[in-house]
Design a protein around this ligand. Structure first.
Ligand SMILES: Nc1ncnc2c1ncn2[C@@H]1O[C@H](COP(=O)(O)OP(=O)(O)OP(=O)(O)O)[C@@H](O)[C@H]1O
Ligand SMILES: [Mg+2]
Length: 370
């Protein structure tokens, strides 16, 4: 396994600047997940790491070796991409075995290895078929099997589970996690799936418009996002953004929240440094996650329980918890409630908010205020 250094990489497609000065250093054995909206440059970055696409400026190093000019086959990378190219004339078995045959692995070992990954991916009954005789999800698993039958320096996975049904997807996610724990492989993994990103990653890289916005642990990305984009992108349902004013209160700070009846509440912001002083009496955007808004009677000690009365506009039971849509400061917010509280739409409701993990944003720049 190897480290991977993406060093000040730029990529232009004609006039289009697809990757803007991307700098990422990935440790040997690290699992990095790349996320970002469609078209932000994730696959472009993967293609440049693999050598399928040339970069315009910068360098790519695998271990200590610069590979910028090397062809894909000389980089010792195994990849599963969005458009998984299988060899159409070969059976599934040979598709998986091909890389091993090229490396002159013994036939017995190849047979063993093919059986192992085929069982893992639940495609052992498909080994004698050709790719054209498979469903999209089955093809994707064969492509995965082909990658997993090798031990390369680095694995690149570009949405490898996107064509699988929900149940298989969760199983495969667990398998990938186990694989990583067992082999300590270096992995770069692209996904649109929040849970996949949060559960698999050692670190998450959030991209937008060819720019790397934040590179940090899942916990950091979730709790300390650098700006409103990152905050809104990770987490489902999304973080609530409430326009409010910062006030000083006793020796600390508070945000102003207005309930349905127009009553103003100053809700203390616990444990904030003096740096917020510059923002007193100015408009800020309060970022608060749905699980930090609760029913007043149901909140842990230390949370603010003013009379934040409101009315529930929408109630959405999801099974494990119940999402409700209501209003704070005349703006829509979503709260995550215990289903046992049996919230009823249209009824008055008393909220409590836990601001210990709330984050504040500058309404102009949308950057986090520290
Ligand atoms: N060969 C190309 N020529 C010109 N523009 C390209 C080329 N390949 C990609 N692009 C553009 O570069 C941008 C980034 O594309 P990319 O495929 O990396 O996005 P992505 O983040 O992988 O999106 P998705 O989540 O939809 O897969 C897009 O705007 C795309 O249109
Ligand atoms: Mg892509």
């Amino acid at each position: 396994m190897s480290s991977l250094h993406i060093k000040a990489v730029n990529k232009h497609y004609g006039d289009y600047h697809a990757l803007k000065n991307i700098d990422i250093q990935i440790d040997s054995g690290e699992f990095l997940v790349l996320v970002g909206p469609s078209g932000c440059g994730k696959s472009t970055l993967m293609n440049t790491i693999a050598g399928l696409d040339q970069i315009s400026e910068g360098a790519i190093l695998i271990g200590d070796q610069e590979v910028t000019q090397l062809s894909p086959k000389d980089r010792d990378i195994a990849m599963v991409f969005q458009s998984y190219a299988l060899y159409p004339s070969m059976t599934v078995r040979r598709n998986i075995a091909f890389g091993l045959e090229m490396r002159k692995v013994s036939p017995e070992q190849i047979a063993q290895e093919v059986d192992r990954v085929a069982r893992l991916l639940q495609i052992d009954h498909l080994l004698e078929r050709k790719p054209a005789e498979l469903s999209g999800g089955q093809r994707q698993r064969v492509a995965m099997g082909r990658a997993l039958a090798r031990e390369p320096k680095i694995y690149l996975f570009d949405e490898p589970l996107s064509n699988l049904d929900a149940k298989l997807r969760v199983e495969m996610r667990t398998e990938i996690k186990k694989l990583h724990q067992r082999l300590k492989t270096t992995i770069v993994y692209v996904t649109h799936d929040q849970i996949e990103a949060m559960t698999l990653a050692d670190r998450i890289a959030v991209m937008k418009d060819g720019v790397l916005l934040q590179l940090a642990s899942p916990e950091q990305i979730y709790n300390n996002p650098v700006n409103m984009f990152v905050a809104g992108f990770m987490g489902s349902p999304s973080m609530n953004f409430v326009r409010s004013h910062l006030r000083s209160l006793n020796d600390g700070f508070a945000v102003e929240l207005v309930n349905r009846d127009g009553e103003r509440h100053l809700v203390p912001l616990p444990d904030r440094g003096k740096a917020l002083s510059d923002w007193v009496n100015r408009e800020v955007i309060l970022g608060i996650r749905p699980e930090q808004i609760r029913q007043a009677s149901d909140s842990p000690a230390g949370t603010y329980e003013g009379h934040l009365t409101t009315v529930l506009d929408v109630v959405e039971p999801t099974g494990a918890d119940t999402l409700v849509v209501t209003q704070l400061n005349d703006q829509e917010v979503t709260a995550r409630l215990d289903p046992e509280s049996h919230p009823v739409p249209g009824c008055p409701f008393r909220l409590s908010v836990d601001l210990s993990k709330a984050v504040l944003f500058d309404p102009q720049s949308e950057d986090r205020i520290h």
